[in-house]
Design a protein around this ligand. Sequence first.
Ligand SMILES: [Zn+2]
Ligand SMILES: [Zn+2]
Length: 507
Amino acid sequence: MPPPPPNKEPVLVPPLENGMTKPPIDKPAMVVVQQPAATPITPVPIETGVNVFEDPRIVKLIDGLVNGKLGDITPTVDFSYKYGYAYPSVDSLLDTSDMETVNILETLAQNGILIKQPFEKFNIDPDGQFQLVPTEHCPRDDSSNLIKGQLIEHFSCGYVGLDKDFKQDSRYVCPKCHKDLRLIGTDYRNIGIHYRCQDDGEIFTTPVIKWRNLRTRKEWNQEELKEMEVYSYRFSPDKKGWLEFQLKPKTQLVDFLRVQGYQVQELAQLTGKSGAIHTVDILAIRDDILTKIILGVGILVAGSGESEVGLEALFRFDSRAYDIGINYKVVIAIPRLGAEGINFANRQMIRAFEAKTMAAVVSDITSIPRSRMSLQSNVDAGYQAETSLAAVSANVKTTISRFLRNRGYEVFEQALIAGKSGIEHVFDIFARRDDRIIVPSMAIGIAGSTGRPVELDEISRFDAAAFDSGIRNKVFIAIPQISVQARQFAKQQKIDIIEQNDLGKLL
Ligand SMILES: [Zn+2]
Ligand SMILES: [Zn+2]
């Protein structure tokens, strides 16, 4: 058995070669390139000469349609909506209001991307409101004080009146001649359902119908109402191939992430801690055993007529990401982020790309054969049961380094990292993996005690150093195990704990 290696000199972690990030501080580097106000997406001429790709929200909608994530678009008719109907699935995908959505759908229908079909018709009043209920009126004096019933004629005296005038307990008695009405057809006959105006006594079969607006209380004649048609939309199948081509950069990004070993889901629907359901444009998850990378990509688009993605869209993405528990955040801004947005993204550790830049990064990578992705591990000289603590620690370090290298990580043992405070910290292992879009990194602390569990002070020192160094993924290896108190602390601070018995899973 070889003796444990002596403690090596700390190794300063060099910056990444591609210069995209400034490791080891796990902070997003901004790669958004400010561009002149030129159209960022190549204009696409279509039949009508209108370039639908000028509106980034349309691009997003088309994306959903092309990928089949958004099926037929049918309106939801519900009086709680301002206009009585809406397309909530589209609203939530595009972050648009009811009428903005309708305008977008109309634009796509005009361009032949969507096929429009009549779905429902409403009456709206001259104020444009739909909250209307019918009211019945007397044709003579317009009164709405009406009663409705069966009109009865008493043959012997000729009196005609509504059935309620005849009714006395269980009998029919003529209010004029006071005789009992016994046999229908012989004593009396039913003329039919009629109305009687309580104000002027007018009897009639068809009242005048008017429409009362429940909000404004105004009443309208039938002729004053307008008809509003509501449509459903479906994707025109013959546009698919053409649109798919337009959306290639995104497809490339997804492919790229898959090649990097991520499980990728597009337009993923997730329930957050708050209970709200969120849609993430691209959700990519990779379980690296020592750490789990949950990458959320938001495709943020500028509002119509705006040249930059607003700060609000970025806020929303960030709070959604937080609610879902995404630990790596990437936004693709179409066409770009403003200065405020860039600052916010930096503060919130969001990596931001322009769609164009992203396309370049991704296509660049897909053309490079990947040699780093060798997932097969060399199990030859794996972890062995050792007896002395120093030997065990050294062995663990070797095992973990090899494990991480096999998974494409760049590994630094005794890594020297300068913290924000200016203090330099040495981590047993610092590892990072340049996935180009993000650079997942982690600090690993190894501590061992003979005959007792590793205590809180050790892990809290490690945690403070990691915090000062801006490292988010923290793994602490305790040999042989960790104390209860220290475990609680680790849980609070989101430090993954690996004990001696768990090491087998890294082989
Ligand atoms: Zn009347
Ligand atoms: Zn009578």
